[in-house]
Design a protein around this ligand. Sequence first.
Ligand SMILES: [Zn+2]
Length: 271
Amino acid sequence: MRARLVFGHDPGPLTGAGSNAWFLPGGIPTLIDACSGRPPQLEALVGVVNDEEPPTTVAQVLVTHAHPDHAGGAAAIAVRWPTARFRKLPWPEGDERYPVAWEALRDGEMVRAGDQDLWVVHTPGHAPDHVCFFEPRSGTLFAGDLVMSGGTIVIPASIGGSLRQYMESLERVLELQPRRVLPGHGPVIDHPVSLLQGYLAHRRAREQQILTALAGGTRSVAEIVARVYEGLQPELVPAAGESVLAHLRKLEDEGRARQEAAGPGVRWRLT
Ligand SMILES: [Zn+2]
């Protein structure tokens, strides 16, 4: 299977080396993720499409989830390639930001892309609409924001993220035994099974640290962040707060922790 990188040149604490979209040339030229909408990635896309022999088009855009670094280029792509179809798992609040006619994908559906069939695998957690696309013959997984080499994925607990769902999604993808992962950020992952197992182990270890902090009398999200994430860069503190909140909500779902008050002064304790 041929998949060409369309690179975003936007390195950052939350984007790793930069944002990746993937172009699959062939019978149905398909772009996986609609780019960030920033000019360098859109220019890279035009270059990759025109570089094909013969030059081709974008017939279809499959989007892993509605975050702006994955869907933000949809409108610009629709202007440049007016016959392109845009498809994703529906998330109305997220999708309405992008003025294109989204067509719904379903979990378990097989979608023709390039010259192969991709299996749509619903993998909520990072976002409720998140999907991966799996090509079973080569064992290639287009992972969106499910995993990233050299970093962890943010679970935005206050805007649709769920750590419980995220861990179930990691387990679901692990069962596919992918041989290669083409992620939404960072380099290609050639040993995805060990990375996925490492992610699960990391989250379980983090949960244990948070349980220990709660048992020791640490009560607020900010206090838990300060205790658990030592030496954190200041710009990553909000993301760490979301991650801690995601852990606390998971523990609450499981009946292991509860909130003592609502609102900004919320404090947590073990049940
Ligand atoms: Zn995302």
